[in-house]
Design a protein around this ligand. Sequence first.
Ligand code: ADP
Ligand code: ZN
Length: 611
Amino acid sequence: MAHIDSTHSSQLDKARQVMAEVFGYPDFRPGQAEIIDSVLKGRDVLAVMPTGRGKSMCYQLPALVRGGLTLVVSPLIALMRDQVSALQTAGVNAAALTSSDDAENREAAWRGLEDGTLRLLYMAPERMAVPGLAERLGRAGLSMIAIDEAHCVSQWGHDFRPDYLRISEFAQAAGRPQITAFTATADAAARRDISARLFERAPEEFVSGFDRPNLHLAVGARRQGASQVINFVKARPERAGIIYCASRKACDEMAEKLRAEDVYALSYHAGLDAQTRSFRQDEFVKNDGVVMCATVAFGMGVDKPDVRYVVHAALPKSMEAYYQEIGRAGRDGDPADTLMLWSLSDAALRRRQINDSESDDERKRMEMRRLSALIAYCEAPQCRRQTLLGYFGDEIEPCGNCDLCDDPPKLIDGSVLAQKAMSAIARTGQRFGLEHLISVLRGLKTDKVMARGHDGLPTFGVGEDLSKEQWMSVFRQLFASGAIDQPIDGHGEWIITAKGKEILFGKLPIRLRPPEEQRGTRSARARPSDATDQLLSETDRTLYTALRKKRLELAKEAGKPAYTIFADRTLIEMAQEKPNNLDALSRIFGVGARKLDRYGDAFLAVISSEL
Ligand code: ADP
Ligand code: ZN
């Protein structure tokens, strides 16, 4: 692993300066400086960095500082187009070669190549098969190939692209330029695989931690209906957000319910035709506050740094999937909220899916273990982030930015509650689901209870003092701690595990969170953690709204996503500082020289008219 030996390199200072001028960012994000320094020194580099940390900057900036031509290989065409458009807005000569590009664009790209003014050329991997292209780029002075989503070269990975196997040969034919590779997901084995396939010599490796400290984490129990999601969304007006729903139908219904509340919500799933999908994705990216109700089909390749929240309306597929999906919020580094709502029926559904799948038994057992890890996360007794990162092998202190840190539950001795719950399971013969067990505990004479004579059990009514919600919380926690379980091929019945028996017979203590009525609502931040609400006074907020309006107007005119004009944080600073001339405006975060030129007057006009 590379060491930080170089914060004083003059090249790096130059890079920092260029970043401030062109992109308007005052400093590097964690991990960037080391990588950029190494790239500037001409080394081959493999960097693993979580989504949203700013991988692109690690090849864009060297391309600008050094001159020459950098080729960027990326499989995500929409993302490629947005990046090129963002670079052009910042005044960088960049182009993309995709099959969907028109002749005019391609022509401009080739001209830039011939006269040496083109700095960044983006290309889909299948283009590497075009005869003679490598040689042509070589003659045009190709100095670096940057490979995005580098895990696609690994056959072990989840996203293998055969075209990536051409990279090494292509580089050879292009005169062996420097190679840099970037990905958000690669464990040690995958890194070895990537290294062997992409590089001639071992590259310098950089692995930055998994943490995304700007994401607020929260998990809650889902109750009937959509009110939890609706309240959450309505507390965050005009923010872009993603609601992950369990099915296509659930996406459509959620979007409809939100629209009925005057929220601009759209649904997105594989059941829609390609044209509708692409229109809706575009709306989401280019507009300012669209709420996307989507299946997991949505997200990969959507480059929108200012997504302010991600909600899971049901249990995600795994910890890995959860981590990746919440990672789509707050890629600009500003505060963003996440909320997962789940219920035991989600877990039962996942079990059935795993059991009914084609996989062999070994694989099924592994999937079950992964599901258990996810449930344990949902019912974690302390800091969510510790549990989440612990799963990925990172150890941290309590984070101060999750529901459990905000409001740490005082754990209680849960032995008696656990024993009541488990004796209800045992006395009814380990053959019943939650609904019935809770009826027995609460002493309800339902038809089913009467038909089975369960009102005569010693356990009948011993849990009268707790509500149904509270008992659900006890059962969830028992499940998460491994005391009770559902047989993989069962019908929703609960059984007691070996660990559960020890608790039942008083041999093993168990600590529980006090069973709460409404952890679900308390866990979600009532107010958004995003910067606008924390930083802006009432009057500044009026100006902020006006600035956003201007931004959207300019974006629509140019047919570009709003954030490529200016980031939210830039507008927030403008609203606070109220610069009244170009010089003052240029000192605002995110205002580079080119953008100052292009948009400065327009935004100054808004500021002066609001004062
Ligand atoms: P990823 O690592 O997922 O490829 P990106 O490269 O798309 O992330 O970067 C995410 C966002 O962060 C972009 O909007 C980018 O402009 C911004 N960004 C990158 N570096 C910095 C920085 N040093 N300071 C502020 N914003 C940055
Ligand atoms: Zn925490």
